[in-house]
Design a protein around this ligand. Sequence first.
Ligand code: ZN
Length: 522
Amino acid sequence: MRSEILAFKKLLEERRRKVKIYASSISSKDSATFFLIREGYRRKLAIIYPSKNPLDLCTIFFSEEEGDLNGSLSYKICPCNAQNARELRRIFPYTKPAPIGLAPAIGTGDRIGMATPGHIRALRAARNAGIKVFPVLAQQSAREMKRTLRSPQEVIDDVTWAVFQESYRDGFAADADHLKTEEDVRAAFSAGFTMYTIDPSDYVDYEADNCPLHILEEKFNQLPWGILKSSKEEMIKRYVGKSFEVKDLNGRPSLKLSFSREDLLRAAVKYSSAIAHALKLKKLLDDLFKGERYDLELSVDETDAPTKPIEHLFIALELKRLKINLQSLALRFVGRFEKAIDYIGDLEEFERTFQIHALIARNFGPYKLSIHSGSDKFSLYPIMGRIAGDIIHLKTSGTSYLESLRIVARHDPSLFREIVKFSIESFEKDKASYHVSVDPTQAPPPEKVPDERLEETYLNNNEMRQILHVTFGSILSARGENGKWIFKDRIKKTLLDREEEYYKVISMHIRKHIESLWQIKD
Ligand code: ZN
């Protein structure tokens, strides 16, 4: 370690303060040295700088402690708060999220706000093995933020500090996931998100799948034609009786899709208002970004029925016509994508339909296929990788929360039992917005499970993983009568006590995802 940091360490030791220095974070700017430290359970930013002429870049940080180190050097210790995170992003631009474009990507959401160093290590390991995938280290849906009581700014700031901690300088993105309203978009923009996943599902007309023709015609007449910049007649002319050729990877015709009048009406009624809503939010984003680049995704994944190829084609063509340029599109695929467990469904059917969707995305975009609820789908990754590894955006989030609980199960069994019990009790209330199929009454009561079996029983079992997964919000936001967190702080302390083991567990799990999807081909 550098002499000035050793002097700093010695000074604090003389004052009987126990401080951990994050050696990986040590970074220089002009003649100042910046690094992270942890005192007790608090992480802080330390800066050492020349006493004579403190640089502007040092004075802008808000500090809670300042002092003299050795006459010629001074130090300051600053809280890891929002103001200092903002300054850090200015001085070290690699701590700031950036757009991805069309590069394959993995989103690693993190509900506790501490897993990012593990994600970064997974990425570095994969990169050393020759796999290049762009990380979306900050990724949180509006719903997750509501449930964990985290603000968009906290999500970004936690990642900023973690990126600095690991000196990760190869770029990352920040995905504001499942945004439904203008208000969601504005909040994400002011926090500095670079990727916007618009979820127009409130405007998808699910009745269009099965309603009688005369109702369908009526609904079609009432679409927001003005916003859609088209008339009914024009739309019919664009699609009905036309066939659309889908080419394979070698540019050879592989499939023809054509719309009957009914196909068109069903697809148009189902998705046009959603597309109109997406257009409205996209215009707002264009206004906010003023020509600067950002990534845009549209998510229509949270529906009951799988997206049909012809529906996908309709969405792609309409987006193109309306100049909504997507980097990724989230469809609903066949089979079940339940949270944090492997795929449930027919692999051959998945492969066949996925192949078609991938070709549509290539021919009529190009954009990436975004895989939501993407964690732990180990039986699908080789298929996805083989067919479309270059155009995949995989989203994971809850799985990192579950992996965090492994550390709790191992090192604080009684806290883990409390979490399991509370999760089982909260499951019925929390499962509403998720696609899960578990009966919580079948869960083994935690008080009957011995310490050494806790991890196996609850974290390596599909049903229990789902129960623990969907109840993250209840756990992370539960407060006691005294207003204090019931679980959150204790979970964080347990993770900090075992910081390296925690990062390793997270890193191994995410690395497994990356390496099974983006296997190196020989
Ligand atoms: Zn989703």
